[in-house]
Design a binder for this molecule. Structure first.
Ligand SMILES: Cc1cc2nc3c(=O)[nH]c(=O)nc-3n(C[C@H](O)[C@H](O)[C@H](O)COP(=O)(O)OP(=O)(O)OC[C@H]3O[C@@H](n4cnc5c(N)ncnc54)[C@H](O)[C@@H]3O)c2cc1C
Length: 456
């Protein structure tokens, strides 16, 4: 007599974009009969993706965009029947706040690393412009596979002003980190590859590494906010959402046993762990100690966001926002002029200011009142705007931004290699911090589960 077929069962731990995409991909791979249980103790699914109403308008108060050059989010939107919800920017450009004033963001750089000296003119002093121009004549050596911090390489070749005024503002925007701690291979993989291929100088390597110009907007977003994407994922994944955290995963025959924060026990044939890096080690200490140890070495930054709805007609410039150079006497590290960047809706000007960099405790320690006051001060300093907001929202994202230090890819390979085949990971600390990379990591995690045999 043959054993009765029982459909596979999966648990997905963490309901941010990584967990939701994993759940959706599992549903597609395993079919309608598979049991997919998703655990997340938060009040809402989506993790760092969260859409709120401020000044009557829907606005993302976590991630607000995705890099349009990468295919993952556009493809996912299309797959979910949401292709028409993808929007681009209005075409206005960002600024850099450095030395107490605003500068146009240099064009033709790779993460702020110039391909030619002239692009830095006005942002750095003449001696630094001359130094960049002279770089090709200076002896240069590169060890294949090396992964210095961005500041080590760029500071050494182009000087500290390029680091502080051009590269740091971009890295602070992406990682809430700085070039002193982010590894070159993570921040600029195509540059590292060009150097490995034997580029003669840094300038040559940057030129080789620059992506070809792409028509259209560099960034995309979802009309109606990321909530639109999250809702579609939840609907199409048909998950059972259990509003509780998981605290431990252990072996259970050929599958897995999960213990939740309330002492409940769950069984699954396959598990996707889609929690932030700091939450991973205690979950897997018992079953994958080497992976747990690797995850413990990934550091994180926290960020606080203030979203203001200013009265319609507030005189803000036609720019998408401002990135702040390191060492400036401003409280915020970046400002997004949301209504200018994506197009205005309603009779308000939406502005987002973000605070907190790797190594500071600002997002944890500074109260809402102080953050709102700092936001007002910065708007006044940078734009001379003193209008009172008609509405506001403060959002904190604790330990949400993994830092991709030198050697990060090796650390991630070590982490993954220590996991049994039916226990997989997805998340922002693996293959890139942005939403497209998270979608990619979830897709990769489910493909690994599928080939392990569970989803057949
Ligand atoms: C302020 C900010 C702005 C950003 N802006 C952009 C941007 O514009 N564009 C872009 O591409 N990227 C941006 N990012 C990065 C990107 O948004 C995140 O990296 C990505 O959303 C992370 O998704 P995730 O699912 O991996 O993790 P998370 O969103 O952190 O989700 C993890 C989930 O796991 C849950 N969880 C934790 N512990 C447990 C447990 N024990 N059991 C069960 N569940 C648990 C949490 O409640 C959470 O919901 C931004 C990040 C931040 C913080």
């Amino acid at each position: 007599m043959s054993a009765a077929y029982s459909p596979p069962s999966y648990c997905v731990v963490g309901g941010g974009i990584s967990g939701l995409v994993a759940a959706y991909r599992l549903r597609v791979a395993a079919g309608p009969d598979a049991s997919i249980t998703l655990f997340d103790p938060a009040d809402r699914l989506g993790g760092v993706l969260r859409t709120e109403r401020v000044g009557g308008q829907l606005v993302d108060v976590g991630a607000e965009a995705f890099v349009a050059r990468r295919p993952e989010v556009s493809a996912l939107l299309a797959e979910l029947g949401l292709a028409d919800r993808k929007i681009g920017t209005t075409g206005v450009r960002p600024l850099i706040f450095s030395e107490g004033r605003l500068h146009p963001m240099p064009q033709g750089t790779l993460q702020g690393i110039p391909a030619q000296a002239s692009s830095m003119a006005g942002l750095v002093d003449d001696a630094t412009v001359a130094r960049i121009a002279d770089e090709p004549s200076q002896p240069f050596s590169w060890r294949t596979g090396a992964d210095p911090t961005v500041a080590e390489l760029i500071g050494d070749r182009f000087g500290p002003q390029v680091v502080a005024r051009s590269v740091d503002p971009l890295l602070a925007g992406v990682y809430a980190g700085s070039s002193a701690t982010i590894g070159l291979r993570a921040a600029a993989p195509t540059l590292a590859a060009a150097l490995d291929r034997g580029a003669r100088t840094l300038t040559d390597a940057v030129r080789e590494a620059l992506p070809p110009p792409m028509p259209g907007s560099v960034f995309g977003a979802v009309d109606g906010g990321y909530a639109v994407l999250l809702d579609a994922l939840v609907r199409q994944a048909q998950v059972d959402w259990v509003h509780v955290g998981v605290k431990q995963v252990s072996r259970d025959g050929r599958g897995w046993s999960l213990v939740d924060d309330e002492g409940g026990h769950w069984h699954a044939d396959g598990v996707v762990l889609a929690v932030p890096a700091p939450r991973l080690p205690t979950l897997i200490d018992g079953v994958a100690p080497k992976s747990a140890a690797a995850a413990r070495r990934i550091q994180t930054a926290s960020s606080a966001l203030v979203v203001l709805a200013l009265p319609g007609g507030t005189p803000l410039p036609e720019q998408s926002g401002v990135l702040v150079a390191s060492g400036e006497r401003l409280n915020s590290k970046a400002m997004t002029l949301t209504s200018r960047k994506w197009g205005r809706r309603g009779n308000v000007e939406l502005v987002r200011l973000s605070f907190g960099r790797f190594g500071d405790s600002l997002a944890r320690d500074v109260g809402d009142e102080d953050l709102l006051r700092w936001a007002a001060e910065d708007l006044s300093t940078v734009f001379g705007v003193t209008s009172d907001p008609v509405d506001c929202h403060v959002q904190r994202w604790m330990d949400a931004l993994p830092q991709y230090g030198p050697g990060h890819a090796g650390l991630v390979a070590e982490l993954r290699s220590g996991l049994p085949t039916t226990l997989v990971v997805a998340g922002a600390y693996l293959d890139g911090i942005g939403v497209p990379a998270c979608v990619g990591s979830a897709t990769k995690a489910v493909a690994a589960l599928t080939t392990s045999g569970v989803a057949r």
